[in-house]
Ligand binder design. Structure first.
Ligand code: GLA
Length: 371
């Protein structure tokens, strides 16, 4: 059992004076490439990471307890802008879809950094989802569960996010990235054996916190919808680079990012299949430039990290997740990681930015129920 699963179990015992019936466990994710494409029906290529949220659960009082916040809240109720909105939202989405969610109690423990673009919200939703699914015997497969968790985020929490985070948290496999076609919702594992390649995936958390609800996320989504409408397509996935001649202003820039990013994801999959990590890295740099210039979701900190990474031999680097703060990733040789970290710390200090935090992550297994 992983540490946070043990932690959730121990907290459950103390809180409820009994053993949990089961423990749902789900990871956060990084996205290798394919940003802001999911809600346009496009392609994404995330990996689950070795940071997770665990939900120790049983039928019972209706109390939910968070180890990380040291706080207990009722499982039912409205949105209240706290951690409990995620498990509550999932219970609501299941009930709304016709599943009978009985009274349950749970203790949550996790180590996914929050508000930094590593999908801590999907991790808590999916840990809750797999646990409730087993506890009440709904028999939902993980793709259906992902859609219900996304619905919880869209309708209960109120962030109009796409399907990437919940799919990644539920369906990723160890040593692999997950190619998701966000229109057909088909998902394919693409082997990504980092350890064998002598490369690391370094995450730099810039410490600039964001909650998607308070950013330009929903606004970006709306401009994509306007662009699709102007081009008379349902989703920007169906538009091509030639179509861009028919757009202007903000819609042109947003659509140019989305259309070119979809092409980069497919090229990245081909590069991974050939173990062409240099090729993958170039696509990551291009993705970042497009997110910075056309999608305008980068920050000075994220841009600085990517520039420093390129000066310190990273094969590729880019912001990961929605942007507006949060994390960037670099694909870099194992023995160059420390030097890059030191350089970033000192350049950030010189620039007056906050102190960044680093994590070396492994492509990891998706959600599961552990007994
Ligand atoms: C957030 C959302 C995802 C996706 C990314 C941007 O993580 O939750 O659905 O849109 O931003 O790629």
């Amino acid at each position: 059992m992983r540490d946070n699963e043990e932690g959730a179990r121990a907290a459950y015992r103390v809180r409820f004076d009994t053993e949990p019936e089961l423990i749902g466990s789900a990871p956060g994710r990084i996205n290798l490439i394919g940003e802001h494409t999911d809600y346009n029906g496009g392609f994404v290529l995330p990996c689950a990471i070795n940071f997770r949220v665990a939900a120790a659960m049983g039928q019972g009082t209706g109390e939910l307890y968070s180890v990380d916040f040291d706080e207990a809240r009722p499982s039912g109720g409205c949105k209240e802008d706290s951690w409990v909105d995620y498990p509550r939202g999932v219970a609501w989405a299941l009930a709304d879809a016709g599943y009978t969610v009985g009274r349950f109690q749970a203790a949550f423990a996790g180590d996914v950094p929050r508000a930094s673009g590593l999908s801590s919200s999907a991790a808590i939703e999916c840990a809750t989802g797999v646990a409730l699914n087993d506890l009440f015997g709904f028999g939902l497969d993980y793709k259906e569960l992902a859609r219900l968790c996304q619905r919880a985020e869209n309708r209960f929490v109120g962030v109009n996010s796409g399907i990437m985070d919940q799919y990644a948290s539920l369906l990723c496999r160890r040593d692999a990235a997950l190619l998701i076609d966000c229109r057909s919702l088909e998902a394919t594992s693409v082997p990504f054996r980092l350890e064998e390649s002598g490369l690391s995936l370094l995450v730099c958390d810039t410490g600039v916190e964001r909650e998607l609800g308070n950013t330009g996320y929903n606004d970006r989504r709306a401009s994509c919808e306007r662009a699709a409408q102007e081009l008379s397509v349902d989703l920007l996935r169906d538009a091509t680079l030639e179509d861009l001649d028919r757009l202007r202003g903000v819609e042109l820039k947003r659509a140019r990012h989305v259309i070119s990013e979809n092409e980069r994801v497919l090229a990245a999959v081909e590069a991974l299949k050939r173990s062409d990590y240099a090729g993958l890295g170039r696509l990551m740099y291009e993705s970042h430039a497009s997110l910075r210039d056309d999608y305008e979701v980068s920050t000075r900190e994220l841009d600085a990290f990517v520039t420093i990474a390129s000066n310190y031999q990273a094969l590729g680097a880019r912001l990961t997740g929605a942007g507006f703060g949060g994390c960037a990733i670099a694909l870099i040789a194992d023995d160059a990681v420390e030097v890059l970290e030191e350089a970033v710390i000192s350049r950030f200090a010189e620039a007056g930015f906050g102190r960044p935090t680093f994590y070396v992550v492994q492509p990891s297994d998706g959600a599961e129920v552990v007994q």
